[in-house]
Ligand binder design. Structure first.
Ligand code: 5AD
Length: 421
């Protein structure tokens, strides 16, 4: 989502981008507030650009994204060298904002939610890139107790079907072969009686588009209509990212996730019944306030039961204004305990992921070649339908083609293979 927003910012400005901060006229740090660490990163990277102002007094330094939305005005107080603060929903206002700063020499905060042109600015697309994100939804209507997203990105707004298809077609005309639909709870997308499954089917009709991915799905919003679309539409990749967060019903209840462990398992079973080789990845939070050893064991047993292809796991991080951050002090899980739980979980999952990746050895997979790998121009990088990164020897001219690749090695984060005939 942030990568998409950064590219929208780049297009909104209609300016040339540079990798060298010393020659920039405008520097914008686009930020994430999901966990404390991300939020700290924003402040330390801003500090790095402070000194550039003494050499270039005309330099404009701004902060955008969720940290900007969260702290607003306070950021200007805290950082005297900062010129503007721009919330994630206000990106279309950026050109005006820059004009105001240039003409009126006024420091500005723009964090309004109700911007009509919400989806009007489409992201910058690097020439030659064969994959792209397409935003189908902004904001979130869920109220998970730990999550800051609804506060900083506002309520859910769904993008009209026609707009999504138009952006997809434009991308395909530029050489894109795979789109990933993005939204905070992407599968809750609906518009004018159309549901997410209909969006998948409609997108599949876009000519020369080879693949469709989507992220992130919310378990409770998976419907039969969606499962059927995933099953029936060959362009839809065999991967779903489906955050479970915890395997303990007590913790899931406190998190306000609106499903139980059993319900989640059943949904995964239905997905796998419909599309037997479906890869499933997830997100997990350990050390949620009040999480007992027993609760944590429930999470471990869920990982064992489901056998996720991969899992992203995090220590609970209290976020300002969320109900979970206001829990009584005695419920806090200490750092040592959550650190130990995280490491146990990651060790366990590593084995499962390794085993699953190694099981691909000898199989022929369809891989969309995305381009030469950074370290070796003779090696192509791509992804299997299951979202496994795959490296194999091949010419750069094959980029953008779906190729048959025989897998020769399974690593933790990727596969290796060779072109097969
Ligand atoms: N603390 C830790 N992890 C969090 N996530 C969201 N909010 C928090 C928080 N306060 C994790 C969830 C989510 C992923 C994007 O980040 O697992 O799915």
């Amino acid at each position: 989502m942030n990568e998409y927003d950064s590219n929208r910012i780049r297009n909104a400005l209609d300016a040339e981008a540079t990798d060298n901060p010393a020659e920039a006229d405008i520097i914008i740090i686009n930020t994430c507030a999901i966990r404390d660490k991300a939020d700290q990163k924003a402040f330390s990277s801003l500090g790095k650009y402070k000194h550039l102002k003494s050499n270039n007094p005309g330099l404009i330094v701004g902060i955008s994204g969720c940290v900007a939305q969260l702290y607003g005005e306070k950021l200007l107080e805290r950082m005297p060298y900062l010129d503007f603060v721009l919330g994630p929903r206000a990106i279309p206002r950026l050109p005006e904002l820059i004009k105001t700063i240039e003409n009126e020499k006024q420091r500005t905060v723009e964090t309004s939610y109700d911007i009509e042109e919400l989806f009007d600015i489409e992201p910058y697309h690097s020439p030659g890139k064969v994959t792209a994100f397409v935003s189908v939804q902004q904001g979130c209507n869920k109220r998970c107790s730990y999550c800051i997203v609804p506060r900083v990105r506002g309520d859910e707004i769904n993008r009209p079907l026609g707009d999504i298809l138009r952006e997809t077609r434009n991308l395909v005309d530029k050489g894109v072969r795979e789109v990933t639909f993005i939204g905070q709870t992407v599968n809750s997308w609906k518009e004018n009686g159309y549901k997410f499954g209909d969006l998948l089917r409609a997108a599949a009709n876009v000519e020369n588009l080879e693949r469709i991915r989507f992220t992130t799905s919310y378990p409770r919003d998976i419907t039969s209509r969606m499962i059927e679309a995933v099953r029936d539409v060959p362009k839809v990749c065999r991967h779903i990212h489906l955050p479970v967060q915890s395997g303990s019903n007590a913790v899931l209840g406190k998190m306000k996730r609106t499903y139980t462990r059993e319900w989640y398992s059943d949904i995964v079973k239905r997905l796998r019944d419909a599309a037997p080789d479906m890869a499933v990845s997830t997100d997990i939070i350990v050390g949620y306030p009040g999480e007992t050893e027993r609760d944590f064991e429930d999470t471990m047993s869920l990982l064992e039961e489901i056998q996720f292809d991969s899992a992203f796991s995090f220590k609970f991080s209290p976020r300002p204004g969320t109900t979970a951050a206001a829990c009584p002090a005695e419920e806090t899980v200490d750092e040592e305990t959550s650190g130990r739980r995280l490491s146990l979980l990651q060790t366990f999952q590593r084995d499962v992921t390794m085993r699953k990746n190694r099981a691909r050895v000898g199989q022929v997979e369809e891989v969309l070649a995305e381009g030469p790998s950074k370290n070796d121009p003779g090696i192509l990088t791509g992804r299997t339908s299951h979202n496994r990164i795959t490296h194999f020897r091949g010419a750069g001219t094959l980029s953008g083609r779906v190729l048959r690749v025989r897998i020769t090695e399974g690593l933790f984060n990727s596969l290796r293979g060779e072109l097969s005939v």
